[in-house]
Design a protein around this ligand. Structure first.
Ligand SMILES: Nc1ncnc2c1ncn2[C@@H]1O[C@H](COP(=O)(O)OP(=O)(O)O)[C@@H](O)[C@H]1O
Ligand SMILES: [Mg+2]
Length: 287
């Protein structure tokens, strides 16, 4: 921790809107006009570890040649850590573009599917910062309190039977984490990047569009209403999978959405009622 350069946060302006519940805070500084600073919100050791992991994982993804902002350095401010990266000032997310012009949803979904095909054609073995999603999922499944008894056994058997694929995964795959600047598309928010079956990414996106889209909080981040979000998903599924076998594709996405929920239970701090509600949803999706 002591090896990181100390910065003065007074020089930086926070860009997050009030009430914004993202995992981190983002800042800019007129003295470093091409740099974005992302920090954790909290100062405990686990938050510092998450920041270090996000920096190295995003850097490893950049080093694989994936279009993503360049990672610059880890910095510290008191007990908190953050990292600097290239700032794409004029970016817009696919979510924002779709919300601003709902008629473009089909074309944006097609572009996102094309970018996803490229991402999922990248081999990602050999970096200590890009773990096996199957391994992480096995830990999540064996320690989960979201499902119990026979359902938990079935969950563990399902994960054990999955292929440990070498394919690069985004980890938080959705239309808020893919942005465009000057006609070039970039993936951002790569803290959960891993390697494994692309279905893990698709399940995450399915969960986001079908279930999280019902929350007002998500509607604000996604810049679309629930109906538009579902249209986006349907067009994306069509362009990613093609017209054949779309029903079995969606059925698989739904099961992996159950895994995505178990993963959220593993990486996020949930209250007992949240765990109860999400656990019921996970059991339903995993059937
Ligand atoms: N390199 C970047 N250039 C410009 N904007 C960025 C960059 N990285 C992140 N952002 C903006 O900050 C927001 C939050 O960053 P993100 O990495 O997605 O964290 P979170 O986990 O909070 O979603 C993004 O939705 C995007 O608007
Ligand atoms: Mg994000």
């Amino acid at each position: 921790m002591n090896d990181y350069k100390t910065i003065d946060l007074q020089e930086w302006t926070c860009l997050n809107k009030e009430g914004d519940q993202g995992s981190g805070l983002i800042y800019t500084n007129p003295k470093e006009p091409d740099v974005l600073l992302k920090t954790s919100r909290r100062a405990e050791e686990a938050s510092r570890e998450r920041t270090v992991k996000e920096f190295h994982t995003a850097k490893a993804v950049y080093d694989l040649g994936v279009p993503t902002p360049k990672m610059l350095e880890i910095v510290k401010m008191g007990d908190r850590l953050g990292f600097k990266s290239e700032w794409l000032k004029d970016k817009k997310s696919f979510a924002r573009l779709a919300g601003e012009n709902p008629e473009s949803i089909d074309s944006l979904a097609a572009q996102m599917a094309a970018s996803a095909h490229k991402l999922h054609a990248t081999q990602a073995l050999g970096s200590e910062w890009i773990p096996s999603m199957k391994e992480v999922m096995l830990q999540a499944a064996s320690s989960t309190l979201m499902v119990e008894g026979k359902a938990k056994e079935a969950l563990e058997r399902f994960v054990e039977g999955l292929e440990d694929a070498p394919t690069l995964l985004h980890g938080k795959f959705n239309f808020t984490n893919i942005i465009v600047e000057n006609g070039k598309t970039y993936w951002i928010d790569l803290s959960h990047a891993a390697h494994g079956l692309p279905m893990f990414d698709l399940g995450h996106f399915y969960l986001y569009c079908h279930y999280f889209a019902k929350e007002d909080r998500v509607n604000n981040i996604a810049h679309m209403n629930q109906e538009q979000i579902l249209v986006f998903w349907n067009r994306f599924a069509f362009h990613y999978n093609g017209p054949d076998g779309i029903d079995s594709f969606e059925a698989q996405c739904k099961r992996f959405a159950g895994l995505a929920l178990v993963m959220i239970g593993y990486t996020a701090v949930l209250t007992d009622p949240e765990r109860g509600y999400l656990g019921k949803l996970a059991a339903y999706l995993l059937q």
